[in-house]
Design a binder for this molecule. Structure first.
Ligand code: SAH
Length: 275
């Protein structure tokens, strides 16, 4: 782990640098390959445009099978090195198929990212498990912030073992989807969802015992580093064409330690909101 200090550790007024990405996810991104790791088991291929769509599985049938399919997914995650029992139990509980379009429900328990509309994806299960495990390793986080709620799946998983979960989504349509999906969970696993630009974090609710970012920026916004409690960890993808998962731990008031992990491919972190 190398230690680093942001250039202006006390300047909270400065907005994070904006990026110049266009409106498409960017070169090399597609719903089937974003929010995944690059090495390891291949995500399944989505049908090409004009190709046959996955067989539609009525939600009722899926409901009957889904517990078994989740158990298989959890078994696979263990084989892939995930060993945090809190995360595994949470992923056994949350019905991932309810967070994707009904036409994709039959594929909800494959280890793949899936499209959720607006050019965005629900993260690959291994990526969710890995990020949440690292963020909470050796800790019992009480209050966690997620940037990029998408359809709300990862926030729902977090809320199974973290008492206070805050999540931010910048695309209005996805925020609405996440709100509906999360309303199906038990009230005590409630997520506090905000429509807004997650690059600014949630100053009023900081400090957080963990921050998980589900979209990749050129640089991790400094603002978020200041919203970490001392001893807490942030995990985020960083980069554009080449991305890495980065784990940052706040070790003191003005010092942070940084570790670079796997190569990944995430959808871009964008400033502002989209109506
Ligand atoms: N957490 C999701 C992953 C969604 S993909 C899951 O459970 O699978 C990442 C999401 O980040 C997209 O929905 C995208 O709209 C959102 N996003 C990108 N930049 C953002 C920003 N600045 N603030 C909030 N959300 C952002």
């Amino acid at each position: 782990m190398g230690s680093f200090k942001p250039r202006h550790p006390l300047d909270r007024s400065r907005r994070p640098a904006t990026t110049s990405w266009g409106s498409s996810p960017g070169p090399g991104y597609s719903p089937s390959n974003s929010n995944t790791r690059i090495h390891g088991p291949k995500p399944f291929a989505l049908p090409e445009a004009g190709g046959r769509l996955p067989k539609l599985v009525p939600a009722m049938n899926m409901g009957l099978n889904s517990e078994r399919l989740r158990a298989q997914m959890v078994h696979r995650l263990r084989e892939q090195g995930i060993d945090d029992e809190r995360v595994l139990a949470a992923m056994q509980t949350v019905p991932r198929h309810l967070f994707v379009d009904q036409g994709l429900a039959s594929r909800a328990y494959e280890d793949a990212a899936l499209p959720i509309g607006y050019g965005q994806t629900i993260s690959q299960p291994w990526v969710v498990a890995h990020m949440l495990s690292l963020m909470s390793e050796g800790r019992k986080p009480q209050r966690v912030l997620e940037i990029g709620a998408g359809c709300g799946y990862q926030a729902a998983v977090l809320a199974q073992f973290v008492p206070e979960v805050f999540a931010i989504e910048r695309v209005r349509g996805l925020y609405e989807q996440a709100r509906m999906n999360l309303a199906q969970g038990r009230p005590r696993n409630r997520v506090r969802l905000t429509f807004g630009d997650g690059m600014l974090g949630l100053e009023h609710h900081a400090p957080f015992d963990g921050i998980v970012v589900a979209a990749a920026g050129v640089k991790i916004p400094e603002t978020l580093l200041h919203q970490l409690a001392i001893g807490a960890r942030l995990i985020a993808p960083e980069g554009t064409a080449h991305q890495r998962l980065v784990l940052i731990e706040r070790t003191a008031q003005s010092s942070w330690q940084r570790m670079e992990l796997q190569d990944v491919r995430f959808v871009p972190l964008r400033p502002g909101t989209q109506l």
